[in-house]
Structure formats: structure tokens, C-alpha cells
Ligand binder design. Structure first.
Ligand code: KIV
Ligand code: ZN
Length: 514
């Protein structure tokens, strides 16, 4: 028997809970479209009760996605469930995912509730969610540290109340593969009405075991895995979608199930998420890292040339590392440009927007010979950021860097209607530029991370810079791309400053008391 393994992607919800990974509505829509092209079964689009912006983003994704089910998260509270139901009103297929913690430590210290009360909240939330949709998922948060007898009682009660998916989260990434898998297997055996629900798992990666724990549970009968692109997620992240999917596909001999994911879309989706969130993918990351299919040692190359199976267990092209990718360049016209972006699922709000992005494309093509899909996505991210109501904009940047001299930068910014210029010295051109910007904007934030990646290969590649700023406990990432990395750095810093300014208060689903 070969069952379907349901792939539930939570990049837009748990992934967005990573510090600095918050996304705009437009960015969420672009990722949701990429997830739909990947054919994920369920897209968890967000937590509508978090803020008006989160509600609007879930609503926009629900209106736009037609094939995947769109899911919204809700604590086991009437008002959260109602917000989720409202946000999903226009979805073709809607799921409400409600949760409450069941481990002794969470019930006593976080919720300050007795176990019976937790069951009452859980069943009430499920019943209320059923008023909006037949597709209701329930998660006993911190199941990995919950008592099994109590879990059985909660799960039986929520199935009775109408939940059709039971998700078992290892919220703090504490479980070990064999132990977690066996626990899920036992729950499936012990809960009397377990046959009326699909068992799912949601594993965090604090000990680097999220994928192993998830797959262990699949071997014991779980038929939904919750995961994220590139393993993005709270703290050390969630199980990486690409690893789950390719493990099941590559080891058909081990798994009595299959997914309906179009694996050729994996790399494009990974790059898009990395570009939008500013979380680079490490080169040796399985499946989507730049080195995942690169063979360095002579002996490996020799083997692969004679017969690729000697050292390759998967084909690079099966996950979207295509050898003959379509490239655009200086001579590509508007039609080719529009068509390629359409193929990437990008829609323009108007001809004016298309023209503005096309003009940027032409500028880039003057500096860079081949324009790849990654360049187009970065271009679009920038164009949309700048078309938004950015408070601070870069007008001009001049740097002077010479061996033996202290580098200097002169920066002109436009803040609302006023242009201000400042100069600064620094240990390098980037340092001097960021100091000049800071002397104008006075963000008084702490720089937590500065990283540069080249979007494609070659010295004419665009450099993609991520800057992470922290202020009063709020963390934001800013991105900038340019063929000149000093300019990319300035853009990234300004982008982060703008985001700091905008970052309003959002409720975190797991830290607030009920
Ligand atoms: O990690 C977790 O427990 C969660 C729940 C909300 C499912 O993200
Ligand atoms: Zn989680």
C-alpha cells in the first residue's frame, strides 16, 4: 500500500516567527504562489489574531490560492478562532489549526490551567472552528514533553469534537527519533477513535533532529508532515520541506508513502524564501545548498563521470538545479521579460509597475551579462520595497577607498521630503557608508548580523546583503542587492531602518497567556 504523505508548509507562519523573518503581504503572496507551484497540500498562511496586518495577509493568500488548502493558526480561544475563520472566508479550501499546550510545565507555568480545563478549551475551540470549516486541525503544544495518557485523552476528545487532523508537535525540539516515532505510533494505537483522523507531526530542530524525528513518525504511520522551506522557523527552525520530500522520494524502499510535490520547483522556492527573508542558505545545506550536488574530490568526479550513481543518490535537475536555465540579457525585450516573470508566478498590478521593473532590468543588464531567475526575484523584491512608502531612501553614495588611507563615504538620503548628506570614515567602505547613514537616521539600533552573498556566480553577480538590526527587543532584517556590494549594503541598512520604523506590535501565538 502506498499512502499519500500530506505536505503542510508553515514557512509563512512558523517560518515567519524566526527573528527578523517577518514578511510583507506582497512577499507572503509571492511565497504562497511559489508553494502552490511546488504543489504543497496545505499552506499555513499565518496567525490572523497577531495583528491587523497578519489578518490581511492571510486573507489575501486565501483569496489568491486556488489549489492548495489555506490554513490559519488560532489559539484555543473564541476570538482567535473567529479571526481565523473570518480571514479564510474566501479560501477555496480552508483549514483552521487550533492549539493549546498539554505538557505539565506549559499547563502549570504558562497557562496556569488544570488538565481538565485544557481539555475544555481544546474541545470548545475545535467545535467553534467547525462552524467555519469541516477541515480542523488540533495540536497539543509541547506534545514531545506531555504525558502520554493525558495526550490520549485530549486527542480522543478533540476528534469527538470534530478535529480531522491531529498534529503532534515537538515544540522545543527535545525528542529523539526512535522515541518520538514510537510515541506517535502508540498514540495512533491507543486513541480509540484515531482512525477518524490523520496523524501529523511538527518538529523543531533544536538538536538538529527535526527531519529525523518527522521521518521516524512517518515510518510509524503519521501521514502529514509540517515543515518549512530551508528549515526556516522559530529558533533553530522546523523540519526542512526539501529534505522530507527528497528522503521519501529517494528512499521509496523505506517509506510506504509518496508526496505530490513537484520537486523540480524546490530550488526556485528555496531561493525565493532566502531572498525575501534575508536568511542565506549555507553552501553545504542538503538539497538546496550551492554545494549539495558539487563534486570536488577527483575520485568523486571520476566516479560521477563514469556513472553518476556512484556518488549521486539524487539528480540535481530533479530538485530544480537545472543545467540549461533560461537566461535573459541586454537584448531581451519586454515580452520575454514579462513571460519569464509570469512563469515565475509574478503578476504586475499595472503596466506602470511592469515598466518600472523592466527599466531596472535594463539597468542591471547593462552591468551584468546574464540575468538569471534569482536576479529577477531580487530585482522585484527591491522594486516593490522602493515602490512602497519607504520613509528613508538612498539618493547618492560616494566612497573613497585607497590602500594606506582611511576609507570615507558620503551619503545623501531623502527622509520624507528632505535631503540630508553626511560623511563618515570607517574601517572599510561598507563600514564608512553605514556609519554615514546612521549619523543621519539615528536609529540607535544594534547591528546583529551583516552578511553578503552573491546571487549567482561570477564577479559581475549581484551581491545580496542582509543586515539585522535590533532595537528594544524588536528584530528586523533588511535586504539590498546590487552589483556593487557597498551600494547593496547601504540599501540593506536603509531597508532595515525602514522596517524598524514600521514594525508594529504583533502578538506571538506561543508566548502569550490565554
Ligand atoms: O511548535 C509548535 O508547537 C507550534 C504549534 C503552534 C503547532 O508551532
Ligand atoms: Zn512550531
Amino acid at each position: 500500500m502506498n499512502d499519500k504523505l500530506i505536505i503542510f508548509d508553515t514557512t509563512l507562519r512558523d517560518g515567519e516567527q524566526s527573528p527578523g523573518a517577518s514578511m510583507t503581504q506582497d512577499e507572503k503572496i509571492r511565497i504562497a504562489k511559489a508553494l502552490e507551484r511546488l504543489r504543497v497540500d496545505i499552506i499555513e498562511a499565518g496567525f490572523p489574531a497577531a495583528s491587523a496586518g497578519d489578518f490581511a495577509a492571510v486573507q489575501a493568500v486565501a483569496r489568491m490560492i486556488r489549489h492548495s488548502t489555506v490554513c490559519a493558526l488560532a489559539r484555543a480561544l473564541d476570538q482567535d478562532v473567529d479571526r481565523a475563520g473570518e480571514a479564510l472566508k474566501h479560501a477555496e479550501r480552508a483549514r483552521i489549526h487550533t492549539f493549546i499546550a498539554t505538557s505539565p510545565i506549559h499547563m502549570e507555568r504558562k497557562l496556569q490551567m488544570a488538565p481538565e480545563q485544557v481539555i475544555e478549551y481544546a474541545t470548545r475551540a475545535v467545535r467553534r472552528a467547525r462552524q467555519y470549516t469541516d477541515d480542523v486541525e488540533f495540536s497539543p503544544e509541547d506534545a514531545g514533553r506531555s504525558e502520554e495518557d493525558f495526550l490520549c485523552r485530549v486527542l480522543e476528545a478533540v476528534i469527538e469534537a470534530g478535529a480531522s487532523t491531529l498534529n503532534i508537535p515537538d515544540t522545543v525540539g527535545y525528542s529523539m527519533p526512535g522515541q518520538f516515532g514510537r510515541m506517535v505510533g502508540r498514540l495512533m494505537e491507543r486513541v480509540p477513535n484515531a482512525d477518524k483522523a490523520v496523524f501529523s507531526v511538527h518538529c523543531h530542530n533544536d538538536l538538529g533532529l527535526a527531519v529525523a524525528n518527522s521521518l521516524s513518525a512517518v515510518l510509524e504511520g503519521a501521514r502529514q508532515v509540517e515543515c518549512t522551506i530551508n528549515g526556516l522557523g522559530e529558533r533553530a527552525g522546523n523540519a526542512a520541506l526539501e529534505e522530507i520530500v527528497m528522503a521519501v522520494k529517494t528512499r521509496k524502499d523505506m517509506f510506504p508513502c509518496h508526496t505530490e510535490i513537484d520537486s523540480r520547483e524546490i530550488v526556485a522556492c528555496s531561493k525565493l524564501v532566502s531572498n525575501i527573508t534575508g536568511f542565506p542558505v549555507q553552501p553545504n545545506k542538503a538539497i538546496v545548498g550551492a554545494n549539495a550536488f558539487a563534486h570536488e574530490a577527483g575520485i568523486h568526479q571520476d566516479g560521477v563521470l563514469k556513472s553518476r550513481e556512484t556518488y549521486e543518490i539524487m539528480r540535481a535537475e530533479d530538485v530544480g538545479w537545472s543545467a540549461n536555465r533560461m537566461v535573459l540579457g541586454k537584448h531581451s525585450g519586454r515580452n520575454a521579460f514579462r513571460t519569464r516573470l509570469q512563469e515565475l508566478g509574478v503578476e504586475f498590478a499595472s503596466e506602470a509597475e511592469l515598466n518600472a521593473v523592466f527599466a531596472r532590468f535594463k539597468q542591471l543588464a547593462d552591468k551584468k551579462h546574464d540575468i538569471f531567475d534569482e536576479d529577477l526575484q531580487a530585482l522585484l523584491t527591491e522594486a516593490r520595497v522602493e515602490a512602497g512608502d519607504e520613509r528613508v531612501r538612498l539618493v547618492a553614495l560616494k566612497v573613497c577607498s585607497e590602500t594606506g588611507e582611511t576609507p570615507r563615504a558620503s551619503v545623501t538620503l531623502k527622509i520624507e521630503y528632505e535631503e540630508i548628506t553626511a560623511t563618515a570614515q570607517g574601517s572599510g567602505a561598507v563600514d564608512a557608508s553605514l556609519k554615514a547613514i546612521e549619523s543621519i537616521v539615528h536609529s540607535q539600533s544594534n547591528l546583529q548580523l551583516y552578511s553578503v552573498n552573491n546571487i549567482t556566480s561570477g564577479t559581475d553577480s549581484q551581491g545580496e546583503v542582509t543586515v539585522r538590526l535590533e532595537k528594544d527587543g524588536r528584530i528586523v532584517n533588511g535586504q539590498g542587492a546590487d552589483t556593487d556590494i557597498v551600494i547593496a549594503s547601504a540599501k540593506a541598512y536603509i531597508n532595515a531602518v525602514n522596517r524598524l520604523h514600521l514594525a508594529g506590535l504583533r502578538m506571538h501565538p506561543q508566548v502569550h497567556n490565554l
